[in-house]
Each structure stands twice: as structure tokens, then as C-alpha cells.
Design a protein around this ligand. Structure first.
Ligand SMILES: NC(=O)c1ccc[n+]([C@@H]2O[C@H](COP(=O)([O-])OP(=O)(O)OC[C@H]3O[C@@H](n4cnc5c(N)ncnc54)[C@H](OP(=O)(O)O)[C@@H]3O)[C@@H](O)[C@H]2O)c1
Length: 262
């Protein structure tokens, strides 16, 4: 696995903090060249500087993936600079808290743009080159939210269900191509995600994994060419259990997750 990334170029979205920054640290230590994407340039630069201290080349590409024009522009920039992406990590994600009808639809649409549209378009623009070169691949970060509709994270949970199902379809289409597609569905992870999305409910610390643990397990699953990984046993069991009960029951249980404190 260490050699899988050595001297390759990895584009990581959502690399300015949390799980994305953990991917950057781990991949820098494994000899990858990094292309780091997120909105906030100063935060990206701090992650890039830490990667350079580990001996990696790291460039930042600040942009807003909620803007539908950005993925094509990003792919054009890469081509113009002669940058070939070997591995794409679709990690950026957002999810405002609130019952569907309680939030203005303008709060929901960026979730689709960042979590679905940008993921699909970036992959669609970069994957054909990987297939032609017969190496590299795509690592998608979904969530255990994908396993049932979550009342308090309605579009987020649906967007992650898209990522899981779509990743499976891409994974199977790539058999024998030399190219990977792996999806990781973490349970709660101790990152700024909760504050960034104004989530008033936060799981207890003992129920959360660290960003480093999730990123490390995800990279290992990707290196094994796994289709999908649920990296945390309690949430793996919870996710599997949703397949055994009626969807309505799973949704009722899911209504407890991310519920605002009374
Ligand atoms: N934390 C959890 O409990 C948890 C659990 C399961 C799955 N996940 C998933 O894991 C992934 C990473 O989450 P995290 O926990 O590391 O969250 P985080 O700390 O909030 O980081 C999210 C990253 O995405 C970037 N981002 C957000 N909106 C963006 C936009 N419009 N354009 C470009 N970049 C954008 C953020 O940077 P900027 O603000 O600088 O743009 C940041 O780098 C997400 O897909 C999330 O859904 C998280």
C-alpha cells in the first residue's frame, strides 16, 4: 500500500480540515503529490505547508464546489497546467440540519451541488484518463447517513445514498480495468463538520472516530480495491440492520439522529 501512492498525484476535495486534511497528511507521508481543493485558501495553505514539511509537493486550488461551473473549470485548469490526476478523493461534503420543509430550499440545493453534482462531474471528467492509463482511481466519502432517510439531515442522507449506490455501479464497471473505485461510509467523526454545518446535536465523544483513523482505513480499503467500507463496527452493524427492517422503521430510528436538543 505505501507504494500505491508514491510519486502519484492525488486530488483531494474538502482538504482544508477534518477528514480531507487527514488524507493529505497520510498521503504526504506516503510520497504523493497533492492537489488540495476547498473554498478557504488560508486553511488549504496551512494543510499544504504541513504536507511540504513531510517532503511532499502540495498545491492548492481554492474554489467553491457548490458552483456548478467549477468542476469543468477545475478540470480545465489541471489540463492547462499539465497536471495528471492519478487518484481523486471526493471528500468535500455539507449537510445543514433541519426537517426538509422547515429549511428554505436554497439551503438544500448546495448539498446536491457539493455532495452529488461536483462528485459526479469531477469523476466523469477525470476517470476516462485513469482508465486510458489503466491506473489510479476514485475514493468517495459517503456516510452511514446513507442507510436511511434522516429526518434532521434529509438531503444530506439522500445525497450520501447516491454516493454509495453510484460508487458501487462504478466499482463493478471498472473490474479488470486496473482502476479502483472505493466508497467509505464513516459513522460520526470528530471534525469541525458539526460546527461548520450548525448542527446543534453532536454525538458523544466515545461514539466518534478520529479523522486520521477514518482516512487511514479508507486508504487501506482503496488499496485493497474494496467496493465499500463501513470503518466503525457499531455503525457498520447499525447500517446493516437497516437492510433487515422495513424502511419506515429505519426512518423512525433515523429521526433520532442529529435531532436538536430539546
Ligand atoms: N464528520 C462526520 O461526522 C462525518 C461522518 C460521515 C461522513 N462524513 C463526510 O466526510 C466528508 C468530510 O467531512 P468532515 O467531517 O471532514 O467535514 P468538515 O470538517 O466540515 O470538512 C469539510 C470540507 O469540505 C470543504 N467544503 C465544504 N463546502 C465546500 C464547497 N462548497 N466547496 C469546496 N469545498 C467545500 C470544507 O472546506 P471549506 O469550508 O474551506 O470550503 C472542508 O475542507 C464529508 O463528505 C462528510 O459528509 C463526515
Amino acid at each position: 500500500m505505501p507504494e500505491l501512492f508514491r510519486d502519484t498525484t492525488v486530488l483531494i476535495t474538502g482538504a482544508s480540515r477534518g477528514i480531507g486534511a487527514a488524507f493529505a497528511r497520510l498521503l504526504a507521508a506516503r510520497g504523493a503529490r497533492l492537489l488540495l481543493v476547498a473554498r478557504h485558501a488560508a486553511d488549504l495553505e496551512a494543510v499544504a505547508a504541513a504536507a511540504r514539511q513531510l517532503g511532499a509537493r502540495a498545491d492548492i486550488l481554492p474554489c467553491d464546489l457548490a458552483d456548478p461551473a467549477i468542476p469543468a473549470r477545475l478540470a480545465g485548469q489541471l489540463e492547462a497546467r499539465g497536471l495528471v490526476v492519478d487518484h481523486l478523493i471526493n471528500n468535500a461534503g455539507v449537510g445543514p440540519q433541519g426537517r426538509f420543509a422547515d429549511l428554505p430550499v436554497e439551503r438544500h440545493l448546495p448539498v446536491i451541488d457539493v455532495n452529488i453534482r461536483a462528485v459526479t462531474e469531477l469523476t466523469g471528467r477525470l476517470l476516462p484518463g485513469m482508465i486510458a492509463r489503466r491506473r489510479g482511481g476514485v475514493l468517495n466519502v459517503a456516510s452511514t447517513a446513507a442507510w436511511q432517510g434522516l429526518m434532521w439531515l434529509p438531503v444530506y442522507s439522500a445525497s450520501k445514498a447516491f454516493v454509495v449506490t453510484w460508487s458501487e455501479a462504478v466499482w463493478v464497471s471498472l473490474r479488470g480495468s486496473g482502476v479502483r473505485c472505493c466508497c467509505v461510509s464513516p459513522g460520526p467523526v470528530d471534525t469541525p463538520f458539526f460546527d461548520a454545518n450548525d448542527l446543534t446535536a453532536r454525538p458523544p465523544a466515545w461514539l466518534m472516530q478520529s479523522a486520521e483513523t477514518v482516512a487511514e482505513r479508507a486508504l487501506r480499503a482503496y488499496a485493497r480495491d474494496d467496493c465499500h467500507l463501513l470503518p466503525f463496527l457499531p455503525f457498520r452493524l447499525a447500517a446493516w440492520s437497516t437492510r433487515l427492517v422495513p424502511r419506515a422503521l429505519a426512518a423512525r430510528f433515523g429521526a433520532r439522529y442529529a435531532a436538536p436538543p430539546r
